[in-house]
Design a protein around this ligand. Sequence first.
Ligand SMILES: NC(=O)c1ccc[n+]([C@@H]2O[C@H](COP(=O)([O-])OP(=O)(O)OC[C@H]3O[C@@H](n4cnc5c(N)ncnc54)[C@H](OP(=O)(O)O)[C@@H]3O)[C@@H](O)[C@H]2O)c1
Length: 261
Amino acid sequence: MAYALITGGSKGIGKAIAESLAAKKYNILLVARSENLLKENATELEKKFGVKADFFVADISANDSAKKIAEWCNSKNYDVSVLVNNAGYGLGGAFSSLSLDEQLNMMQLNMQSLVQLTYLMIPVLKKHQGKNYILNVASTAAHQAVPFLGVYGATKAFVLSFSRAIHHELKPENISVSCLCPGPTDTYFMDRAGMKGMKKAMKQAERFNMTPEAVAETALKGLFAGKLEIIPGGSNKAGAFLSRILPKKLVENTLIGVYKA
Ligand SMILES: NC(=O)c1ccc[n+]([C@@H]2O[C@H](COP(=O)([O-])OP(=O)(O)OC[C@H]3O[C@@H](n4cnc5c(N)ncnc54)[C@H](OP(=O)(O)O)[C@@H]3O)[C@@H](O)[C@H]2O)c1
């Protein structure tokens, strides 16, 4: 049985995607920083689904992490056929009021590390006999500029654009690339992004929040159907459509109303 490697598999959407893949009888490789959670999740997956599960503890924003992860897969001879680039975080607030170092670290994790790991895992995926899959996790924030989530939104626009481009490039090589664009999902994301003080954004999230399990189910359906872009949930799909057809300034002004604390 082939392996699926999931970054950010300790909690939230990554943990739910790992569970859904294990339910489909994929062996699981989890990567994140929280060793205890990774150990717990791996044990649980083995018990519940009868698959093999291993984990690698890493701060993926560190420059050499992607290389170490690919080396780990090679040294253990893991037959990886699915790569899920899910680890990421947001930072809410005005650009000039947030720490520059933290914003640069977010850019490193959400973009550079994702590109590095994708690049270094392509030869690992190609060793697998049969079809291979890459799922990159962006966000509905990728569809327009988002004032007060400015750098985060831009990182996700990068992920979406990059994923769409390599979808076409890698198709002839039997690697199907999909980009997942979730909207508000009930995870640790808002806490980590420091968005608890954004009252209107919190209210919106409470209204439209999806469970990570529902997001994971839609994600895998789309991934294995070879979909280029996967937007879970009707309201998120409607939002993406409106962002495409409405004047940019109108969309941005609406978002100021949501995200300005
Ligand atoms: N929740 C939402 O509303 C939402 C909406 C759109 C898109 N997304 C995207 O969905 C993805 C998953 O987020 P989530 O909502 O599941 O948030 P979450 O509950 O905070 O989970 C984030 C995951 O990423 C891992 N991670 C964070 N920084 C890391 C680092 N430096 N090195 C390694 N792993 C790291 C975390 O593990 P450790 O802390 O153990 O390292 C955790 O497993 C992100 O890319 C996020 O941008 C989320």
